[in-house]
Design a protein around this ligand. Structure first.
Ligand code: B12
Ligand code: SF4
Length: 502
């Protein structure tokens, strides 16, 4: 018999208009079924979610609270809701899971309003944790893989949980959300675009990527039957006409992908996904034919850098030439490549940034429709051991004043503006003010010279005006202080592509 209820919270991370299905807490809710009842609160649609959450725990019917936490802006709302619950009902256990506690479990536990941090996949860990809490024995906590907790005030990291593909077999309980249709957004893909994850994990282990910390090189694909069932459900039940695939890396081994591409080609719903350049370059012509038929509109490719030494350093496993080749492949098959770059690595911030600008200009000459996402290279602190990580990072990286970079040790410190920017790849301690300005200016000029197709709000004439206004600056590389573009962009209400992408 189900006697206990857990509250699952997705703290606010974005506007109501951009809210996506809160897949993490839906997946957890599905895994709890049959053992624990769950109530879902989504801070992206309930703008007063902290009061809602406090009200929900106040009557004493909730045995624990689970909060999903991504670093960056969501950390602030996660802290706020956790503090409010702790204050109202100090005895209710508060459990954090998601990207932030996976990468920074010490910082999460160094916060008085977090009792347990669940690292990586959370379904099984959560069930075992709730069972142990119901049991009331601390010893039971010891054996729960993937859990970070406090034993007599000291932080303990249990061993990592082994990768599990079990969640691929569960159907998400969308009906538990208030009005599921409000999560379908109007995008360039379709008037009812849905965020959906088909596969789990990624078989690569790029050193800068939180996905590698979470999955440690493991991945699992759904069966073609499962994909077909979900797409059919989404189309019939919600009228979905566009899909953003959240799979960390959509194109896995070609032989395994073909059955999935065949399903996508059957539905022909315009779609978007994350992909690697090497996978696209090596795709056979018959698979490309399926890709075309399936209406893949845009592929987000982590190009990261034009420097092969850096790509090697971060263990990306791709090369500059593969990026160029992937752009060409996409062009010839009618897919828009969306390339993301990481600028200003600490080893040579200025030099690498200028080199990347040149590479972007080259790509724009080859395929002007290419979308470009510009981020700052912000390596993650190492897991499990913030102090040792800080020490290691100290010897590796210096800030703009020449002092060793020391990462935050608590969630509150990570919530400070400069570290929120760090998590969002907007700023880094080694970036000089001059270089930061130059990157912002280049991004503005590029974004106006080539307005993103993802922005469906700005008018066609507005985009043409921006393009015309920015063309001399782009042509003569006069990026400094593009104040007229900034003003025009505001007037025309043209979005930065990073607002629309992921
Ligand atoms: C959708 C999405 C968003 C949405 C958020 C939608 C929402 N939640 O309402 C938006 C677009 C707002 C967003 C923003 C950001 N995102 Co985001 N996002 C994603 C994406 C594509 C899918 C997340 C998802 O739903 N996954 C599916 C669920 C099932 O998996 P999950 O969240 O990992 O949950 C599992 C475990 O983590 C764990 N778990 C999670 N929560 C909890 C809670 C409890 C209590 C427990 C026990 C367990 C648990 O159990 C779950 C099931 O196994 C992921 C990539 C991905 N595929 O995961 C990136 C990702 C999470 N985002 C990331 C980042 C960095 C961001 C940003 C902070 C910056 C950026 N994009 O560059 C921004 C913030 C920018 C800003 N200014 O707001 C990174 C995190 C990496 C890292 N460094 O750790 C990811 C992994 C993308 C990437 N490859 O880099 N994002
Ligand atoms: S291939 Fe992409 S998702 Fe996978 S580890 Fe590398 S950067 Fe992360």
């Amino acid at each position: 018999m189900i006697s206990q209820r857990i509250l699952l919270i997705n703290p606010t991370i974005t506007s109501h208009r951009h809210a996506r299905f809160p897949l993490a807490i839906l997946s957890l809710s599905a895994a709890l079924d049959g053992k624990y009842a769950s109530t879902i609160i989504d801070g992206n649609v309930d703008r007063d979610f902290i009061s809602t959450a406090v009200r929900a725990v106040s009557d004493g019917s909730v045995c624990a609270v689970g909060v999903t936490v991504m670093g960056g802006p969501q950390l602030l709302s996660a802290i706020a809701v956790s503090k409010a619950i702790r204050e109202r009902l100090p005895t209710v256990p508060i459990i954090w899971g998601g990207a932030f506690p996976t990468v920074c479990p010490d910082a999460a536990l160094n916060s008085p309003y977090v009792d347990y941090a669940v690292r990586a996949q959370g379904e099984d860990t959560l069930v075992e944790l709730l069972d142990a809490l119901a049991d009331g024995r601390d010893e039971a906590l010891d054996s729960i893989s993937g859990l970070t907790w406090r034993r007599h005030g000291k932080i303990v990291h249990n061993k990592d949980r082994v990768f599990s593909a079990a969640s691929l077999g569960r159907i998400l309980p969308y009906e538990r959300l208030e009005n599921p249709r409000q999560y379908l957004t109007k995008t360039y893909l379709g008037s009812r675009t849905m965020g959906y994850q088909a596969a789990l994990g990624c078989r690569f282990r790029c050193t800068f990527c939180g996905v590698a910390t979470m999955f440690r090189g493991k991945m699992a694909l759904p069966t073609a039957a499962r994909l077909e069932q979900d797409l059919g459900f989404m189309k019939d039940r919600f009228g979905v006409n566009g899909i953003q695939f959240y799979d960390h890396n959509f194109f896995d081994r070609e032989v395994d992908m073909v059955p999935l591409l065949e399903i996508l080609a059957k539905f022909q719903l315009p779609w978007w996904c994350f992909a690697r350049s090497d996978a696209l370059v090596n795709l056979s012509e018959s698979s490309w034919a399926l890709v075309r038929k399936s209406r893949l509109r845009m592929a987000y490719i982590g190009a990261e850098s034009p420097s092969d030494w850096l790509l090697h350093d971060i263990r990306k496993g791709t090369s500059r030439d593969q990026t160029l080749e992937a752009v060409e492949k996409c062009r010839s098959h009618g897919v828009i490549p969306e390339l993301s770059f990481m600028l200003a690595p600490p080893q040579d911030p200025e030099g690498e940034t200028e080199k990347t600008f040149e590479f972007i200009r080259l790509i724009k000459r080859l395929h002007p429709a290419t979308e470009v996402m510009i981020y700052i290279y912000t390596p993650l602190p190492r897991r499990h051991d913030t102090n040792a990580a800080s020490a290691r990072m100290s010897s590796e990286f210096l800030d703009r004043a020449g002092r060793p970079v020391v990462f935050p040790r608590t969630a509150d410190e990570w919530a400070e503006p400069q570290w929120v920017d760090y998590w969002c790849h907007q700023d880094a301690p080694w970036l000089s003010e001059r270089l930061r300005r130059r990157i912002v200016d280049f991004t503005t000029v590029l974004g106006c010279r080539y307005p993103t197709i993802m922005d469906i709000r700005a008018s066609a004439w507005g985009k043409s005006a921006l393009r015309a206004l920015a063309s001399w600056r782009y042509r003569y590389q006069r990026y400094d202080h593009p104040w007229e573009l900034r003003v025009s962009r505001k007037l025309i209400r043209h979005w930065d592509p990073r607002v629309m992408s992921l």
